[in-house]
Design a protein around this ligand. Structure first.
Ligand code: NAI
Length: 697
């Protein structure tokens, strides 16, 4: 049973009991319906209270049942709500902590609602590209009014129970505990036990003078902020139906639009991302109960672009951190940048003075390794050169206490080789932050061949503490994200050689939904980073071809925004790109030097070449076991590279296009210029032949 039943003072108390948040899965729904029926049939029961055990009244639908036929098996959520509403004895919802989605819809079907203050009330379905499909869009406006209900449903944002007095018959005094809530709900139920007819929200009307004008105004606003997502507008139209239609018709309309949204790619993509984020923290051979090490003190080596941002992450999480540099000037510069970043946040009002002081106080600097020896984790973020990193790790091996985790922020270098310079390779791991490290959500956690399970489990737990999405990668050049982006950037370069200019490529990718096209991204990150990597590759893997345009750009000293210009020009304090004639001439001249006749290139070709370059490399990465699952690759791209969320990540996107279609395009490209870059990944070929997808292997 996943709901408990007891009778207190002639009131049946049904307690939903499906940890962690009393999701309304089939077993819980069945138990709740049986409880209501039992109470109805028991002459000794006057009224019913429904509440939730543990951490929630109910968080809504059981996510384990998403996309499964169980969600549609009787009793459905509709049936449960209808059973409560049609019960001949009063049903009181006793709400605390969390009352969201289907949980709130159930409460709206009850005759009365009693709540603790501070309970989080929401219909967040829009965040998964859906709308509340169990009467929420019809009942909430009838009780809270059109405007409040519309805002809640279109935004999905929670409100505290005490801020919604119209929703509740009683909000109890602050400090009341769960036992007090049940006691108060039972007392309330006894007080109203004889009141008839039973109040039903469905029988109310939504009063809003001139509602059509308000709805039209809201339509325009919602359209302008919804971007490519259809759900917010669908939410609005179903809420509008609560004004214009009879309750039953509105309910049928809500159902129809809900089922429509369930089938949209945008909702599928959002649900995919939702599950992908949860899956990413699971590593098959590192069970969830693997012991973790304590992280109470941290150190960061190198106070440059990344080191400073990484240190801020620790301070933001309340963990003291020491930055180590070789020279006082570099240390001062790094600490000053951190202070400036926090000052900007303070000025914007996003940080209180108290928090500002606390965070700065948690960050200290040193030039002396002796001062960091007691840290529980040290993250190295020095220059991307093996020799420098090896020297740092040899030193860390000497000074760090036993049990400390030794992490590297390298973007491309071999973590196993770095680990091999120490006498404790099991303590070594890669923690690859993304720039700006204090902002970007992604943390690639690189598992070396000797990395201990507890070290990996600790890094995963730390990523949560730092509010990052941790994704585990095996060791290879560039790990998941940068290894794939290299193929993407190579194609972007070839497109310049063949006929594009940077702005055409960027615009095509931004129209596809990327936050930034490849050339704007290069200007932001610094084109010199890729230049350095290509120089290394030219020695290690001379067979790999690149367009020379990026090197020519760097030879002009145009590294990007930090030098005032790269592929584009920039005005001080403005990130807007302005095309540069000299750069464009250089690109055209380079084509001539190569003997290439420039041709018009359609946006579709640009998108296919760049995105399928990611997909094909992603398939290699999956096949080699560098990524544990396709959805991990999608998480890397959604949280670290600005891949459009409504497309669900490169691997999910390929699945929606259909792998046979993706493969056919790749095979066609393999016959063109630089065809060697289009060797189809065997896994792609295999899945396409089997009619499967990357995410449904
Ligand atoms: P950076 O050049 O801004 O900073 C490196 C800092 O390390 C400098 O302040 C330098 O004085 C210091 N340093 C050099 N040798 C040192 C030593 N032996 N001991 C102590 N400090 C030393 O470099 P950035 O961009 O912060 O990169 C650092 C690492 O992070 C590299 O491995 C890089 O590949 C990686 N990374 C960089 C990203 C980026 O977008 N910049 C993104 C993700 C990773």
């Amino acid at each position: 049973m996943s709901a408990d039943y007891q009778v207190i003072d002639a009131v049946a108390v049904i307690t939903l009991n499906n940890p962690p948040v009393n999701g309304l899965g089939l077993a819980t729904r069945t138990a709740a319906v049986e409880g209501i029926r039992k109470a109805q049939d028991d002459a000794a029961v006057q009224a019913i209270v429904i509440t939730g055990a543990g951490k929630a009244f109910s968080g809504g639908a059981d996510i384990k049942e998403f996309n499964s036929p169980k969600a549609l098996t009787e009793p459905t959520l509709h049936t449960l709500i209808r059973t409560a509403e049609e019960c001949s004895k009063p049903v009181v919802a006793a709400i605390h902590s969390v009352c969201m989605g289907g949980g709130l819809e159930l409460a709206l079907g009850c005759h009365y609602r009693v709540a603790l203050p501070g309970a989080q009330i929401a219909l967040p379905e829009v965040k998964l590209g859906l709308l509340p499909g169990a009467g929420g869009t019809q009942r909430l406006p009838r009780v809270l009014g059109l405007e409040t209900a519309l805002n809640m449903i279109v935004s999905g944002t929670p409100a505290a129970s005490e801020k919604l007095p119209a929703l509740f018959d009683e909000v109890l005094p602050a400090g009341t505990d769960f036992a007090g809530l049940v006691q108060a709900a039972v007392a309330f139920a006894n007080r109203i036990a004889d009141v008839r007819p039973l109040p039903k929200i469905r029988e109310r009307k939504v009063d809003y003078p001139n509602s059509e004008a308000f709805l039209q105004f809201s339509r325009n606003t919602v359209k302008s902020v919804a971007g490519p997502f259809p759900a917010p507008l669908e939410c609005l139209e179903t809420v509008a139906a609560s004004v214009t239609m009879k309750f039953e018709d509105g309910l049928a309309f809500e159902r129809e639009r809900f089922l429509h949204l369930m089938q949209t790619t945008e909702s599928k993509a959002l649900r995919h991302a939702f599950f992908a984020e949860r899956e990413a923290s699971k590593v098959p051979d590192v069970p969830g109960d693997t012991p973790t090490r304590k992280i109470e003190r941290a150190a960061v080596i190198g106070a440059g672009t990344m080191g400073g941002g990484i240190a801020m992450n620790f301070a933001n999480a309340g963990i003291p951190v020491t930055l180590l540099e070789t020279k006082q000037e570099a240390l001062d510069k790094g600490l000053a940048t951190i202070r400036k970043n926090y000052e900007n946040t303070l000025k914007k009002g996003k940080l209180t003075q108290e928090k500002f002081d606390q965070r700065l106080a948690l960050i200290t600097g040193t030039l002396d390794y002796a001062e960091i020896g007691q840290a529980d984790i040290v993250i190295e973020a020095v220059f991307e050169e093996m020799g420098v990193k090896e020297a740092v790790f040899r030193k860390l091996d000497e000074v760090m206490k036993q049990g400390a985790i030794l992490a590297t922020n390298t973007s491309t270098l071999d973590v196993d080789k770095i680990a091999a310079c120490t006498s404790r390779p099991h303590d070594v791991i890669g923690t690859h932050f993304f720039s700006p490290a204090n902002v970007m959500k992604l943390l690639e956690i690189v598992r070396g061949k000797a990395t201990g399970s507890d070290v990996l489990a600790t890094a995963l737990a730390l990523s949560k503490k730092l509010k990052k999405t941790g994704v585990v990668s095996g060791v290879c050049d560039g790990f998941i994200g940068n290894r794939m982006i290299e193929q993407y950037s190579r194609q972007a370069g070839f497109l310049l050689d063949e006929g594009c200019l940077p702005e055409q490529v960027d615009q095509a990718m931004e129209k596809f939904g990327f936050a930034m096209g490849p050339f704007r991204m290069g200007d932001l990150a610094g084109n010199d980073i890729g230049w350095y990597i290509r120089k290394r590759r030219a020695i290690e893997k001379p067979e790999i071809q690149y367009s020379k345009t990026a090197d020519l750009l760097c030879e002009l000293g145009r590294f990007g925004q930090k030098t005032g210009g790269g592929w584009y020009d920039y005005k001080p304090g403005d990130r807007k790109p302005y095309p540069n004639q000299q750069v464009n001439d250089m690109i055209v001249q380079h084509s001539a030097d190569l003997g290439i006749e420039r041709r018009p290139i359609a946006d579709q070709e640009i998108v296919e070449r760049l995105v399928y370059a990611l997909v094909n490399e992603g398939a290699h990465i999956l096949e080699e076991g560098i990524a544990l699952r396709a959805s991990d690759i999608d998480m890397v791209y959604l949280t670290g590279y600005g891949f459009p969320l409504f497309r669900g990540g490169p691997m999910f996107y390929a699945d929606t296009v259909g792998l046979p279609n993706v493969l056919a395009t790749i095979e066609r490209l393999a016959k063109g210029r630089h065809g060697d870059a289009w060797r189809p990944a065997p896994l792609l070929v295999q899945l396409a032949a089997e009619g499967k997808g990357f995410n449904s292997r």
